[in-house]
Design a protein around this ligand. Structure first.
Ligand SMILES: [Zn+2]
Ligand SMILES: [Zn+2]
Length: 424
């Protein structure tokens, strides 16, 4: 048989097999589905009960200080079966990710900040002001380390942020429910080793030192119901992490962009790439070495740009030193953790969200009583919290008529009188 004949015989045989398979398939296949699939391997926020013994962790930021739409900077949300929720780091862009989970803001009031780089607390203002506007009715509570000097500590950073927003707050007080526009800072010693910084409702959070850029950074552990969650924030591999992250169910540790990618994609000089990528941060190979030592039930690597052409390289580098369970985190990765199982999925979220449900009824604007209190606290004089005569006189009176209509519409639709504010 020459080659041509052989090919023809093969094709004929192949064709006959294909026809038999197609006929068999048609006879045995189930009807085309019209019902919802029973199992979908994604997490849709707000659709699943959390077991009383279960922890759910959602990555709300896994990227870098250099912002990009695909990845916000460091932020992980921890939800516990007892209803408690905790946020670890609140990096630039992460508040948008959190909003898409549609959790009432009163339950998003506990934020732990590992260090004060912008990519780890750059969205704090959005949680402070946007969170209050979206329904938080109490203070935003923040835990973070002190520093070698007072101005390098968390309390200083938060106070200055609040001062930076003096105009913003002055422009809201009296006009909205103002109860959520306050901050509570719990600053603790960055040198404390495995010290308890939070203990409530069966949950214990501890802090231990990290090594990163300057004195001050820390890592955290959260323990509840026999489960242990570790969040490293940023750090060079250190002895405290190796000791206190042992027995972790989920251990999150930074794993920085590999040095060659820092040079080719981030335009670093080789000197800077090597310094930043291996000495200030944790290189993928070093991440693997740390995880091989502590052996968590699941190791989570974050703090690199996770792209089609870089992820395999990060994975290969980690695998030179670590062969255990591994998640290469990206935004909206979800871990459901119980004593028996760790399920890893991606969340599919609603992007165009409005405010989530309120935890309690909102109060009408506090008016001058709120302004007086704010004036006392901030030092802004009471008269500066209202328009001057100069600005008031600039209001265009011809719009009055249509706006009276809006008040009238609300009064009719809601069944009570809303008097139109009369001009002074
Ligand atoms: Zn940092
Ligand atoms: Zn960082």
């Amino acid at each position: 048989m020459n080659i041509k004949n052989r090919a023809a015989t093969f094709l004929a045989g192949f064709g006959a097999c294909l026809i038999v398979l197609l006929v068999m398939g048609a006879a045995n296949s189930p009807p085309s589905p019209v019902e919802p699939a029973l199992e979908r391997d994604v997490y849709y926020p707000g659709t699943e009960a959390l077991g009383t013994d279960e922890m759910r962790v959602i990555a709300c930021g896994t990227g870098m200080p250099t912002t990009r739409a695909a990845q916000a900077a460091a932020c992980f949300l921890v939800e516990l079966g007892n209803g408690d929720k905790f946020i670890f780091d609140i990096g630039s862009g992460s508040a948008e990710r959190i909003s898409s989970l549609q959790i009432p803001y009163d339950f998003l009031d506990k934020i732990f900040i590992g260090h004060l780089h912008a990519d780890h607390f750059g969205s704090l203002a959005e949680m402070f002001i946007g969170g209050a506007l979206m329904g938080r009715q109490g203070p935003l509570r923040i835990w973070g380390p002190n520093g070698p000097t007072p101005e390098l500590g968390t309390a200083y950073a938060v106070q200055k942020m609040k001062e930076m927003y003096t105009w913003d707050l002055s422009g809201r007080v009296g006009l909205v429910d103002f109860r959520g526009y306050s901050l509570e800072v719990n600053e603790f010693d960055y040198k404390a080793e495995n010290a308890v910084i939070y203990e409530h409702n069966g949950v214990t959070v501890r802090s231990f030192p990290a090594i990163h850029a300057l004195d001050g950074p820390v890592s955290f552990s959260l323990e509840w119901n026999g489960l242990k969650f570790i969040f490293g924030s940023d750090t060079y591999p250190n002895k405290w992490f190796v000791e206190y992250a042992k027995d972790a169910d989920l251990a999150i540790h930074e794993c920085f962009v590999a040095a060659p990618d820092l040079i080719s994609k981030m335009r670093f000089t080789p000197e800077a790439a090597l310094m930043v990528g291996t000495q200030v941060h944790t290189a993928p190979e070093a991440f693997g070495k740390v995880m091989q030592q502590i052996k968590p039930r699941m190791a989570v690597a974050y703090h690199f740009f996770k792209d089609f052409d870089t992820t395999a390289g990060v994975n290969d580098r980690i695998r030179t030193t670590y062969d255990g369970p591994l998640s290469l985190a990206e935004d909206f990765m979800v871990w459901n953790i119980t004593k028996d199982d760790i399920r890893v999925r991606m969340a599919v979220v609603e992007e165009a969200t409005w405010a989530p449900p309120l935890a309690g009824p909102a109060e009408p604007p506090g008016g001058d009583a709120d302004r007086a209190q704010f004036s006392k606290d901030s030092g802004v004089p009471m008269e500066a919290l209202l328009y001057s005569d100069f600005i008031k006189e600039g209001r265009w009176s011809e719009v009055d008529e249509v706006l009276r209509g809006v008040y009238q519409e609300a009064s009719e639709n809601l069944g009570r009188e809303f008097p139109y504010p009369e001009r002074e």
